[in-house]
Ligand binder design. Structure first.
Ligand SMILES: *Cc1c(COP(=O)(O)O)cnc(C)c1O
Length: 399
């Protein structure tokens, strides 16, 4: 242990000991970045509204604090995949309009209507939602979902007239109101591809059908982060902001600051061990890496149980301002970097090790090493890593 940790027993302020403990492993989340990102996007899309998409525990950033910060930053809607995710936000006291769109037979539709959640409806859910509304004696607010080409959820254009007829009957009965129409894009992160034009064209046709059927839509929405940033013609009345909320870019060749976005997550720990080894020392399971000469190895106490992708050998860890690739296999709890023969071990044992984020490399470098996308890297940081919320200043450890 380094001297700072040893001193913990005689520190004079509680902040210091909290700091020493809290650094063990942490995902530092900058809530001022979340607010900044909503503001930036609101400026881009105005007068369209911003729905902050906080599904999957806000892409790993923590749904409740992120949802609150997003609303403070100007988001007028929140979006979740599952009703259960949205109900947890309601239970935390968040009253902002909320939409959930991915349901099964087991979805608690009655609780959803009772909690004033708006519900995405692609087809079969319509009858279930109407029954729930009848049972809790509250009209449901629904957003019809049209499949404009993604091939996942959403009504096909072929089935859409029938869905509109059924919705119309329920609306006349007073069981529900169709307040929205939405769809999801397939390739908006590749702006050169033609399919987005086709999807937007189908969406416009679906809007005409809904309006011709006599519904008065409050919101039409199709744009995700890539379309927000590259397709003003997709903004309609509202945009659904996911990745950009967290300050990450959906485009291969554009960094977040090209759009005024700030990454909100920094993943960090401290080096758990430093030791001198001989040439030819094998490193981690499989012994796939052998040291070239005498060197110091640094032990990083984060592994795939914490959400580091096991495949990401070679991804950079930043220590004392320098990046070191992960050597050998990433294990469940830990991985290893080769610090070279020249270092002073006392400068490294206990030193801050940044996986990604401010002061270190970008999430994208880890995504590349893992053959995946930045969305997945942050979203999979596991519950074993404590989330630590700060305002603007990454290094500050205030509890
Ligand atoms: C996840 C999701 C979004 C957010 O997409 P980003 O690319 O992260 O902005 C928007 N709409 C739907 C339906 C989604 O499932």
């Amino acid at each position: 242990m380094n001297s700072e940790a040893l001193e913990e027993s005689n520190v004079t302020t509680s902040t210091n000991s909290a700091q020493a403990r809290g650094f063990e492993r942490r995902a530092v989340i900058d809530l001022s970045a979340i607010r900044n990102n909503v503001k930036q996007i609101s400026d881009v899309v105005a007068p369209a509204a911003v729905m902050a998409v906080v599904k999957a525990d806000a892409y790993g950033h923590g749904a409740i604090p992120v949802a609150k910060a997003a609303v403070e930053g100007g988001a007028s809607w929140l979006g979740c995949a599952h009703v259960t995710e949205a109900l947890a936000l309601r239970e935390a006291g968040i009253q902002t309009p909320m939409l959930a769109w991915l349901h099964t037979e087991d979805t608690p539709f009655e609780a959803a209507v009772d909690a004033s959640l708006d519900l995405g409806v692609s087809g079969w859910e319509l009858e279930r939602v109407a029954a729930a509304a009848r049972s809790v004696q509250t009209p449901a607010r629904i957003h019809l979902k049209i499949d404009t080409g993604l091939g996942r959820n959403g009504s096909t254009m072929d089935d859409f007239p029938d869905l509109l007829n059924r919705a119309s009957a329920f609306q006349e009965e007073g069981l529900l109101r169709v307040v929205g129409l939405f769809s999801h894009l397939a390739v908006a992160d590749e702006p050169e591809r033609p399919e987005t034009d086709e999807q937007l064209h189908v969406f416009n046709k679906a809007i005409e059908l809904v309006e011709a059927a006599g519904f008065h839509l409050e919101v039409r929405h199709i744009a995700n982060t890539p379309a927000i940033l590259s397709r003003p013609d997709a903004h309609h009345d509202m945009v659904r902001l996911g990745l950009g909320l967290y300050g990450l870019s959906p485009f291969e060749n554009e960094s977040p600051d090209n759009f005024g976005l700030r990454p909100a997550m920094k993943l960090m720990t401290r080096i758990a061990n430093v030791k001198k080894v001989r040439a030819g020392q094998g490193v981690s399971y499989g012994l796939n890496y052998k040291t070239e000469g005498e060197t110091y190895l640094g032990l990083i106490p984060l592994g795939y149980a914490d959400g580091l992708p096991r495949i990401a050998t070679g991804a950079p860890v930043t220590v004392n301002g320098r990046s070191y690739p992960v050597r050998g296999r990433i294990a469940m709890d830990q991985c290893v970097i080769d610090l070279g023969p020249e270092i002073s071990p006392e400068d490294y044992l206990g030193a801050e090790a940044i996986i990604f984020g401010e002061g270190g490399q970008s999430v994208n470098t880890w995504a590349h090493a893992a053959n995946t996308i930045n969305y997945e890297v942050v979203t999979r940081i596991s519950p074993r890593v404590p989330r630590h919320y700060v305002e603007g200043s990454w290094g500050e450890a205030g509890e």
